[in-house]
Design a binder for this molecule. Structure first.
Ligand code: PBG
Length: 327
């Protein structure tokens, strides 16, 4: 039976009917809000390539985290900008570092909020790579103990979830062993399992001051041409102990999100990255697109592809917009 008996427009006729048959819904609980933390007190700095995003000192990060929680957003993820950089990234595990301090302040201000931390050395090394350099190359195994020390310092400060984004092989296992060895069995690991070497990270590297000083990240981040390889990355990370996995970026990798979420039963996150945010902001500022409509459509599409949650710089705005729509 086809047309004229079949008419798909019947179920699109009214807002209530559309609401009834809607397959996916976006809600504030879908979002994780990324925040950049700088040293000091009562300090904010704008990020030119990401209008609306600010770097904040730990006290102001705690205030912003409270706003996120009050808007219905269940989690934040923290990125640190250290006071100093060196070849080994030692500030990454400084117990008095900005991220460690922000974790404690946020946990104090809003204990219910899930505090996640990005675990990666690129903001902390003077060469800007995600691991340490030996003989001119990013040394996988030498990086693991440093990443583990960093994750452990976040756990000691009170982090609920650590999220390794460095793409070294074996880092999930290294983090799990370090956490368990120090009494942090309850701290979860969200692995940036399928993280691509993407040009969409450009604005983030300004925000986090983490651009590589030589070469690029293609010897550790994934080739954008590969989707099957993402399934291997995810399988290995789950085997090593990842509680949740992530695909990054989101918009250009919806096929990867779909394949990963169909294949694996762990919660799958997607990262709507800085370049995606910047494109929308720029087009909206020029009056070429409707920011609110585009953001809600695009985040819904990421969810439809299979993401259980989305890391997005639009988290607070989107939560507010959804609230206004009575979502
Ligand atoms: C750190 C890290 C990056 C992002 C998240 N964690 C940058 C990179 O790998 O170059 C990018 C996030 C974004 O673009 O919003 N390794």
């Amino acid at each position: 039976m086809g047309f004229p008996e079949q008419r798909l427009r019947r179920l699109r006729a009214t807002p209530a009917l559309r609401r009834l048959v809607r397959e996916h819904r976006l809600e504030p609980a879908d979002f994780v809000y990324p925040m950049f933390v700088i040293p000091g007190r009562a300090r904010t700095e704008a990020v030119a390539a990401m209008p609306g995003v600010e770097r904040r000192s730990p006290d102001l990060a705690a205030a912003e985290a409270r706003r996120a929680y009050e808007a219905g957003v269940p989690a934040v993820i923290l990125f640190g900008l250290p006071a100093a950089k060196d070849p080994e990234g030692t500030e990454a595990w400084n117990p008095q570092g900005p991220v460690q301090e922000a974790i404690a302040r946020i946990k104090d201000a809003v204990p219910e909020l899930v505090v996640m931390t990005d675990v990666c050395l690129c903001q902390y090394t003077d060469h800007g790579h995600c691991g340490v350099i030996r003989d001119g190359r990013v040394d996988n195994d030498a990086s693991l103990e440093r990443l583990a020390a960093m994750a452990l310092s976040h756990a000691r400060a009170g982090a609920d979830v650590v999220a390794p984004s460095d793409m070294m092989d074996g880092r999930v296992g290294a983090l799990r062993r370090a956490l368990d060895g120090d009494g942090f069995q309850h701290v979860a690991i969200l692995s940036y399992a399928a993280k691509y070497a993407s040009a969409f990270y450009g604005p983030f590297r300004e925000a986090a001051d983490s651009a590589p000083q030589f070469g690029d990240r293609r010897s550790y981040q994934m080739d954008p041409a590969n989707a099957r390889e993402a399934l291997r990355e995810v399988a290995l990370d789950i085997e090593e102990g990842a509680d949740m996995v992530m695909v990054k970026p989101a918009l250009a990798y919806l096929d990867v999100i779909a394949r990963v979420s169909q294949r694996f039963d762990v919660p799958v996150g997607a990262y709507a990255v800085s370049g995606e945010y910047a494109m929308i902001k720029a087009a909206a500022a020029a009056g070429w697109i409707d920011e609110r409509a585009v953001v809600l459509e695009y985040l819904l599409a990421v969810k439809r592809a299979g993401a259980r949650f989305i890391l997005t710089y639009h988290a607070l705005d989107a939560a507010r917009w959804l609230e206004e729509e009575g979502a």
